[in-house]
Design a protein around this ligand. Structure first.
Ligand code: HH2
Length: 305
């Protein structure tokens, strides 16, 4: 449930418990005291699992509403595929795909985020009612996105990726994967805060599948608690990705169970937001896992971070 935003950690009355952690998105605040589901809407011809299905703006808007009904807390709209090897699209083309969809989502019950690395697109998307920017480059491609987010009070997802979508799978070896990802995220976070973003606007994401091997993705999920020290909520996006296919030997339409297992493990290690295609099963599975953790009084597992 969204509330109007209030300062982080403020107590409503003397002795009242402090507010749970939350994500601030343009005057609204998404409480993160239960798993938050970010539903994926790709308005692209070439996304790896749903490319071409929602290119038509009417169908895209229908899909967004269905995801809200299934339990999405945020809908993330992307108009440029970032699958390994994907060709980039121009800012004008990306905006041309997004504009008619955002126009239809102005009255959506949940905030809309836009999956873009481009200031040209982000600025127009925020003017068209989007509440957050999901930047898979973690402000490396266009650092000016940080000032835009600060000025507009927009939510900002900072993801780790090595290189670009075209090159990121060329070299997936790391000396210290978790350490490198953590330092990359720390640096992205520094750019955002330096530009004037409020810490509550920012969410970090280790970038499952972005310049990582299948084993690397498993390690990131297993040691996710290593990113808790950054002080920002953690988002993960393992949905239907190829490491699941590789491990279970299934194609992208058969990866729901693997996605749920990855998300539950991430929840146990401190993730708060889950970017997924299959909203209803993930909503149910994560709510149940959250209830079990809460019944045990569990704090997220500590690892070797
Ligand atoms: N993954 C994809 C795209 N955007 N954003 C964040 N923050 N985290 C992710 O893990 C992430 C992301 C890739 O998945 P998808 O959108 O399904 O495919 P494509 O990039 O081919 O459109």
């Amino acid at each position: 449930m969204l509330t109007d935003s209030a300062p982080a950690g403020s107590a409503s009355a003397a002795g009242a418990p402090a507010e749970p952690p939350g994500w601030r998105l343009r005057g609204r605040r998404l409480p993160l005291d239960r798993p938050a589901i970010v539903g994926i809407l790709n308005v692209t011809p070439d996304s790896f699992s749903d490319g071409g299905r929602f290119l038509d703006p009417g169908r895209a808007a229908e899909r967004a509403r269905a995801m809200v009904e299934e339990g999405a807390d945020v809908v993330d709209v992307g108009a440029e595929s970032t699958r390994p090897g994907a060709a980039s699209v121009s800012a004008e083309e990306e905006w041309g795909r997004l504009a008619p969809v955002l126009a239809r989502l102005r009255d959506l019950d949940v905030p809309v985020s836009v999956d873009t690395t481009k200031r040209f697109v982000a600025e127009r998307a925020l003017a068209a009612g989007a509440a957050a920017i999901n930047d898979v480059s973690g402000l490396r491609f266009e650092p000016a996105l940080a000032e835009l987010a600060a000025r507009e009070g927009a939510g900002l997802v900072l993801m780790h990726m090595r290189g670009t979508p075209r090159t990121m799978q060329e070299d997936v070896s790391y000396g210290d994967l978790v350490g490198e990802v953590r330092e990359g995220l720390r640096s992205s976070l520094g750019v955002a805060l330096e530009a004037g973003c409020d810490p509550e606007q920012v969410v970090v994401d280790p970038g499952i599948g972005f310049g990582k091997s299948a084993e690397g993705n498993l390690e990131l999920l297993a040691r996710l608690d290593a990113f808790r020290g950054l002080g920002s909520p953690i988002l993960v996006g393992p949905s239907r990705k190829s490491f699941i296919g590789k491990l279970l030997n299934v194609d992208s339409s058969e990866r729901i169970e693997g996605t749920l297992a990855a998300c539950v493990m991430a929840l146990d290690r401190g993730a708060s937001l889950f970017r997924v295609h299959d909203v209803r099963p993930l909503r149910r599975g994560l709510d149940l896992a959250h209830a079990i953790l809460a019944a045990g009084g569990a704090r997220p597992r500590r690892g070797r971070g």
